[in-house]
Design a binder for this molecule. Structure first.
Ligand SMILES: *Cc1c(COP(=O)(O)O)cnc(C)c1O
Length: 379
């Protein structure tokens, strides 16, 4: 098997090359590299796709989270509750703004924020809650939104990994991820489910006043050029990236389906193996499998990636060190926290290749070799 990758962007590009090349050429011909019609149209098209009033594009997903926290007017020392089991960006921006991240555990089945842990973590200083739709599965938003409402705490969704996915409320209402928080954030990093060919991100809201504030913060705190009302930053989605994203947005649903088909194949191949726990699919979430992450039992996980690499099967550990144990965040975490599920996952998860262009032949090869490696290492 030749050159297997976690994400194969080249094959995806080759399939849509005429559309992408024309879109990029169009920007080159216009020489409108910042702002301009593609950025405007992309924001409008993405708002329509998601069913949200405002899409505010920005430079990357990390900026989106930072600007969202700034727009809520949080003050140094304010507490923000989030899961420790996430990508560092979710928490890094809190530290940067001198807020206090408060870590909660995740649910053992879904890997997303455990609602009882959130309840226990709320104090009078809690000023925001940031759930993460990890690996493509929605956090359990209905109880979380109810809890947040009861305490009058705004919720910011980190939707960097689950764009295109949906959440279904108990009354049957189904909405897209990224439309439930007062503000939601996403990333268009190339390997994300909706990825561009560089960096990009966006914020979403249904609140007109917040939309204006997010826009101003992303643009040096100005609404009228050269009249700066507040401290902001410079965070823009450039026109070439917007042009690429307009093409790829048209394929997003089909890309989500392709990822789910890969996950189905893996689930089926691993379902009878006592050493492999396949990802749980919560009934309220239409999982879009940004990652296919499983748990290993009776196997020393750290021996697995090397053995797989010997067989040319790539794998990744998302994430080997949860945020509360990162040196960067030592002032906020460390031994003060007891997060048993997070600790357990840190040692037993492994992610396999998943992308939109995988062939049955590749899946057969990966699953066969993965099962052999796991059985060989199983105690
Ligand atoms: C990718 C990611 C981000 C950050 O996005 P960038 O565009 O890389 O800045 C934030 N949160 C999560 C959960 C992510 O996966």
């Amino acid at each position: 098997m030749h050159n297997l990758q976690m994400v194969d962007l080249k094959r995806q590009y080759n399939k849509i090359k005429p559309e992408i090349d024309a879109a990029i050429q169009n920007v080159l011909d216009s020489t409108t590299f910042i702002g301009g019609p593609d950025v405007h149209s992309f924001a409008k098209e993405l708002s329509e796709y998601l069913g949200v009033k405002h899409t505010i594009p920005c430079a990357n997903g990390t900026d989106a989270l930072q600007i969202a926290l700034m727009a809520l007017g949080l003050q140094p020392g304010d507490e923000v509750i989030t899961a420790s089991y996430t990508y560092i960006a979710t928490v890094e921006v809190m530290a940067l703004l001198r807020l206090k991240p408060v870590f909660v555990d995740v649910d053992a089945e879904t890997f997303t924020m455990n609602i009882d842990s959130v309840k226990a973590a709320i104090t009078p200083k809690t000023k925001a809650i940031v759930p993460v739709h990890l690996y493509g599965q929605s956090a359990h938003m209905e109880p979380l939104l109810a809890l947040a409402k009861e305490h009058n705490i705004p919720v910011i969704e980190d939707n960097a990994q689950a764009i295109g996915g949906t959440y279904t409320f108990s009354d049957g209402r189904t909405v897209k991820n990224g439309t439930m928080g007062i503000i939601s954030c996403t990333s268009f990093f190339p390997s994300k489910n909706l990825g561009c060919y560089g960096d990009g991100g966006a914020m979403f809201t249904n609140d007109d006043a917040l939309a204006e504030k997010l826009r101003m913060i992303a643009n040096h705190g100005q609404k009228v050029r050269y009249y700066h009302e507040m401290v902001g930053c410079n965070s823009r989605l450039d026109s070439i990236q917007a042009a690429v994203l307009r093409v790829k947005l048209k394929h997003l649903d089909e890309y989500c389906d392709a990822r789910r088909a890969v996950a189905d194949y893996y689930d089926n191949a691993f379902k009878d193996n006592p050493n492999i726990v396949t990802p749980y699919r919560a009934p309220y979430s239409h999982h879009v499998f940004h990652q296919y992450t499983l748990q290993l039992k009776n196997v020393s996980r750290d021996d697995v990636p090397v053995k797989l690499a010997d067989r040319k099967v790539p794998s990744m550990i998302y994430y080997p060190v949860p945020c509360h144990k990162q040196n960067m965040l030592k002032d906020f975490g460390g031994a003060d926290y007891v997060l048993p599920v997070t600790d357990m996952l840190q040692d037993c998860v492994i992610s396999l290749p998943i992308h939109t262009e995988m062939t049955t032949e590749e899946l057969e090869y990966i699953t066969k070799n993965f099962i052999e490696v796991i059985n060989e290492l199983a105690k």
